[in-house]
Design a protein around this ligand. Structure first.
Ligand SMILES: C[S@@+](CC[C@H](N)C(=O)[O-])C[C@H]1O[C@@H](n2cnc3c(N)ncnc32)[C@H](O)[C@@H]1O
Length: 375
């Protein structure tokens, strides 16, 4: 069984990405978690862009509860046979890229929902020490800001109030990290969210995709990685952001272009963009400036002006009636909205189209709508 972790709210999109790639058989969708039955590691799994992490699920037991006595149960859960089974199942997934435990050792990353009388470090140390004894390898604790060295084998523990899940991470580094992304800007986007937005845009070869508030270029680069024939470009009001986007683009294999411009006065002809995908600045980490600072509705007006007849906008923003009204006034029809939980905030992805073209017109849209309807 594979355990897929993702940002809260992206579960239907991850399910759709798995389904479209014909990867394994989805058995359960939980909070930030998807469980997928598969006998072997499909090559496409390691290339999934909307996921945070992928692990072999080793332990699936009832949650140990909130009391410290649960820590002993955690240690017991990975003793002996189970840890050996984990190694065996990892080896069975022959193309796994997880480092072997006996070179550098292991580390454990834990998370839980709800109040507990223990910390995440207590969970990590209980599981890590037990695994260390079972596997005969060194355990590297994260307690007190310690950082495990590179090359450790990563284990993940999650307590969600009902279940205890423990898994062995398949990739050496978390899958949400991108090799191209070495330059950032304040408020830069988590790459799997950018990839999910690009998928919701419905990418087509030869289509023009534009991000008018591109920051470090994450959305454009994720979209270009998903569809090589896309004509993808971005702009930002600050020179620092455009430099960051260019420097990240130079590390990617995609052809993209960048310029400095105000999203409230875009240097683009009317009806020239098929897909506009943007992480709108709303002041939390990246404040709107230029025309957007004095007249926030100018973002929507410009989106309405530059998008072509079949155009689609995918925007991540703070939920706001003003923003929705701005889109309607710009002649766009709101088709879908997905609420996320991201860095302590609850932004929303809004999909709007020029001619009211339903999102279910493409395969991904249909699958996502179906998943959302299932709750
Ligand atoms: C939330 S950040 C975008 C992050 C980006 N998606 C990324 O992954 O790095 C918002 C960006 O909007 C830019 N911005 C603010 N006002 C703008 C305006 N009027 N026109 C264009 N860009 C603007 C900021 O400079 C900032 O880079």
């Amino acid at each position: 069984m594979l355990w897929v972790r993702c940002v809260r709210g992206l579960e239907p999109l991850v399910a759709a990405e798995l389904e479209m790639g014909g990867m394994g058989s989805l058995t359960e969708v939980r909070h930030r978690t998807l469980l997928v039955a598969t006998d072997e590691l499909e090559p496409g799994l390691m290339g999934l862009r909307t996921v945070d992490d992928l692990s072999v699920l080793v332990v699936d037991l009832p949650d140990v509860g909130r009391h410290r006595s649960g820590l002993a149960e955690l240690a017991h859960a990975v003793e002996g046979d189970r840890a050996t089974a984990a190694e065996a199942s990892r080896r069975a997934l022959t193309t796994a890229t997880a480092p072997p435990a006996d070179t550098v050792g292991i580390d454990v990353a834990a998370s839980f929902l709800g109040k507990r009388n223990f910390s995440r470090f207590d969970v990590e140390d209980a599981v890590g020490s037990s695994l260390s004894r079972s596997l005969g390898v060194r355990y590297w604790s994260r307690r007190g800001d310690q950082r495990p060295p590179d090359g450790t084998q990563g284990w993940r523990v999650h307590l969600d109030g009902e279940r205890l899940l423990i898994g062995l991470r398949l990739s050496g580094a978390p899958m949400h990290r991108r090799a191209y992304k070495t330059s950032t800007v304040p408020g830069t986007l988590h790459p799997p969210v950018a990839a999910a937005m690009a998928l919701l845009a419905g990418l087509r070869p030869g289509a023009v995709l534009y991000d008018p508030v591109c920051g470090a270029g994450t959305i454009v680069l994720e979209a270009a990685a998903l569809e090589a024939e896309l004509l993808a470009s971005g702009s930002d009001i600050t020179a620092a952001a455009v430099d960051a986007a260019r420097s990240n683009a130079a590390r990617s294999t995609s052809a993209t272009s960048w310029l400095r411009a105000d999203a409230g006065q875009l240097p683009l002809a009317g009806a020239s963009v098929a897909r506009m995908v943007a992480n709108v600045p709303w002041g939390r980490q990246a404040a709107p400036s230029g025309a957007l600072g004095s007249d926030p509705a100018s973002f929507c007006r410009e989106a309405g002006r530059v998008m072509d007849e079949g155009g689609r906008l995918v925007a991540l923003s703070e939920p706001s009636e003003d923003f929705d009204d701005g889109l309607r006034r710009a002649g766009l029809v709101l088709c879908l909205s997905v609420e996320l939980s991201l860095s302590g905030a609850h932004p929303r992805i809004t999909v709007a189209s020029r001619n009211g073209e339903a999102i279910d017109a493409d395969a991904l849209g249909g699958t996502v709508l179906h998943r959302l309807a299932q709750g």
